[in-house]
Design a protein around this ligand. Structure first.
Ligand code: G3P
Ligand code: CA
Length: 318
């Protein structure tokens, strides 16, 4: 994320507001705050970059990397024989060729297939012939690829009610993959879920790992989530500035201000509006386009500030 320097004209105005106009100290601080560029939300690739590569595959992680997207989101589930894999739907039908390979196995639930069977599936052809042969990743291979690319991971435990004990298993898998060392825990991993009981269970097993609750609890209920979640991640239509302020007013289990990442936002104008509500993150299927829209908006704002500054300097005859 690029931190923009305050422009020369804006700096001159700040100096003027303190020295020439003798604005009281508190007034100058407020002016400086108003002139400071807003902190841009982090943009996270939802299931990778599914507008350019099949969701939740290593190809999608790599595409995110090529586009300069550091954070990716995924969904984790469990096979019949207990392997953790990366897949969004609880059935294999939409994102693989399972119907053709195993025609008699309707409804093709993830939990009814072994890892060996899932390894046979093509998770790319449904999307585009260019991705033929892409596989459903194991969580282990996915973690390795994210690490290799020096990316970071927002990991969703999907439908945990179907997979009893998945929280402890996930912690073990993360540990074996080297993802629970200080570096990853400090800045490369958030575990999220729609299920508060599951998130609480994971937080009990690994209280050091940052967690996110998927949903938009009422402001009056947020405090109870702050006991086990560092982030509250709502559907973007639930977000208002007042609600974001209510979330930000609380501290999470690690003593830091709670954060908000909104999903799933593929429209640049909507992303700009959300950024103005103060959200910390935006989860998108087209993260590169959202980054571009946010950057354009910041450029425009900076230009406006510069123009305003020049008018004032002109007015003062400086
Ligand atoms: O990360 C938020 C988002 O992934 C939640 O919805 O259904 O896409 O997993 P879903
Ligand atoms: Ca998800």
């Amino acid at each position: 994320m690029r931190i923009r320097p305050v422009s020369a004209v804006t700096s001159a105005l700040l100096v003027l507001s303190t020295l020439v106009l003798a604005v009281p100290r508190a007034g100058a601080a407020a002016a400086a705050q108003a002139a400071a560029p807003p902190r841009a939300p982090l943009v996270i690739g939802h299931r990778g970059v599914p507008v350019q590569a099949p969701e939740n595959t290593l190809a999608s992680v790599d595409r995110a990397d090529e586009l300069g997207i550091t954070w990716v989101e995924n969904d984790v589930q469990r096979t019949k024989d207990g392997a953790l894999i990366v897949m969004h739907d609880t059935t294999l039908e939409r994102t693989t060729d399972v119907k053709r390979r195993f025609p008699g196995r309707a409804r093709w639930k993830v939990a009814d297939f072994t890892l060996a069977e899932i390894r046979k599936l093509d998770a790319g052809s449904w999307y585009d012939r260019r991705f033929a042969g892409e596989r459903v990743p194991t969580l282990r291979s996915y973690l390795q690829r994210v690490d290799r690319n020096r990316q970071k991971l927002l990991l969703e435990v999907k439908a945990p009610e179907l997979y009893p004990g998945i929280e402890r298993q996930l912690a073990g898998e993360l540990q074996r993959a080297g993802w629970l060392d200080a570096r990853h825990v400090r800045g490369s991993l958030v575990v999220q879920s729609f299920s508060a009981p599951s998130l609480k269970a994971f937080h009990r097993v690994r209280p050091d790992v940052k967690t996110g609750f998927l949903g938009a609890p009422k402001a009056s209920e947020l405090r109870s989530y702050a006991a086990f979640a560092d982030q509250i991640n709502p559907h973007h239509r639930s977000v208002t500035s007042a609600w974001v302020r209510a979330v930000h007013a609380l501290r999470g289990p690690h003593g830091r201000r709670l954060e908000v990442s909104a999903w799933t936002v593929d429209n640049g104008d909507r992303a700009v509006d959300l950024a103005r509500t103060g959200v910390d993150g935006i989860i998108s299927n087209a993260p590169h386009e959202i980054e571009e829209a946010l950057e354009e908006d910041r450029d425009e704002q900076e230009q406006e500030q510069e123009d305003d500054g020049l008018s004032i300097l002109g007015f003062l005859g400086l």
